[in-house]
Design a protein around this ligand. Sequence first.
Ligand SMILES: Nc1nc2c(ncn2[C@@H]2O[C@H](COP(=O)(O)OP(=O)(O)OP(=O)(O)O)[C@@H](O)[C@H]2O)c(=O)[nH]1
Ligand SMILES: [Mg+2]
Length: 321
Amino acid sequence: MRIHRVNGKSLRDALERARAMHGENALVLSHETTTFGVTVAIGETPRKVEFPTVQADVIVRQDPGRADVARRLVQSGASEAFARSVIAELERREARGIGALDAAVEVLGSRFTIAPSPKVGRTPCVLAFVGPTGVGKTTTLAKLGSRLVRAGRRVALITTDTQRAGGVEHLAAHAKLLQSPFHVARSADELVRATIAANGADAILIDTAGHSPRDGAFVAKLAETLESARRRVPLTRYLVLAASAGRAALATARTTFAPLSPDALAITKFDETREPAAVLELAETASLPCAFFADGQDIARDLHRPKPEQFADLLLRGRLA
Ligand SMILES: Nc1nc2c(ncn2[C@@H]2O[C@H](COP(=O)(O)OP(=O)(O)OP(=O)(O)O)[C@@H](O)[C@H]2O)c(=O)[nH]1
Ligand SMILES: [Mg+2]
């Protein structure tokens, strides 16, 4: 970080000059009053910050700690409104300087809801994974299945992904690796029959076909199938979203999959982005608890139950610790 000193008649004047000379992403490190006015020390950060007003506000409030939190949030892709609300909470708590980062960890950790663990072993524990194409539904299901099997649980897999070429084979391959029973369901009735057939399992995991936002009719049909099954067996629906998706795609996915009434989110591909804030903001605004985080393709390793401090890691460092 390069440090510059900028003089002004008043604090505001010095800050305005600093901003004009070193840009919006300059960080105010300190200020002092001299006989000639006010001198501010500015640290120039290498990365461009996208929300100048947040940074400018923070500069005006003269706290390098809060400015650092704002910069980190912005770098992880947070919206201006989100960053502002976190900074406002830091102000309410009078958190500043080196205390601001610690306070932000606490604020962010308490801001999101973690979904309860699936009640595996209480029969029937039936979990369905829905979401856009290619987000990692089948992989996440296989990761959960693998974790349960390693813990000595009996798992059965069901797929409703019958129309797409390779949909059945994909899950069948995972079922073979897990040495778990595998069923194919083409309708709500078949789904209920398959869950009854799999009744001895501690957990029944249901894979579904990916749908693009243009597939409104398919989503409506899937919603009907799952709802009809849910009336006969308790069913938890996880909406799977990729953290690497853009804000607009995530908002569309949320709207498209709303008819499926998801109970919680499984968020994948945290390893593919340094800007995971968009998907976490969606979790907050849609009041969807987070059930699983995934950060890689390794079936045996890359699935995690979220912890409060991981939300802070993601939003302040851009990645899981
Ligand atoms: N980097 C990374 N890749 C992942 C993650 N989860 C899944 N993938 C990869 O994403 C690709 C698609 O995964 P699938 O599980 O087939 O996705 P899907 O949602 O079932 O796809 P469709 O059934 O075609 O809609 C595969 O190459 C996975 O290995 C993750 O957390 N990180
Ligand atoms: Mg799939």
